[in-house]
Design a protein around this ligand. Structure first.
Ligand SMILES: [Zn+2]
Ligand SMILES: [Zn+2]
Length: 142
């Protein structure tokens, strides 16, 4: 399922379908937190592929440029998240580092009220809202 969606998104982004790019996207699609290039490299090598870190960097750069990945500043450095092509807003947990997406109807309502009340028309293509996720809130102190 995930692989099919990824292939469709790579096609519509005009990217060549290389096994490596696909492997990186499938890996990141299973992650709740952004992964650094080093961690991705480690996972790919552990899975049995012989690939250099530079190659991983190059693939990540290309995938980010194509809009399929978003980059985040994490405690470990620059992390990548598989996001797919459509516009969305991130909810970033400052405790566990998990990144989820804000429900689109909530954003649409909020943005239209913002426009109505302030006349300001925001560009919400990329929006990071920092805070504490539900699971961290319920495990306070854990
Ligand atoms: Zn994103
Ligand atoms: Zn959290």
């Amino acid at each position: 399922m995930v692989a099919t969606r990824i292939e469709a998104e790579m096609r519509s982004a005009g990217l060549t379908q290389t096994p490596r790019r696909r492997a990186i996207l499938v890996l990141l699609a299973q992650c709740q937190r952004p992964m650094t290039a080093q961690a991705i490299h480690h996972a790919v090598v552990t899975a049995g592929e012989r690939v250099g870190l530079t190659t991983i960097y190059r693939a990540l750069h290309r995938l980010t440029e194509a809009g399929l990945l978003h980059a985040f500043d994490t405690d470990d450095g620059r992390g990548y998240r598989y996001c797919g092509g459509r516009p969305h807003q991130h909810l970033v947990c400052d405790r566990c580092g998990r990144v989820t997406e804000c429900p689109p109807d909530v954003v649409a309502l909020w943005l239209s009220q913002l426009r109505e009340q302030t006349g300001f028309s925001p560009n919400a293509e990329r929006l990071d809202l920092h805070g504490v996720c539900a699971s961290c809130r319920s495990h306070r102190g854990a």
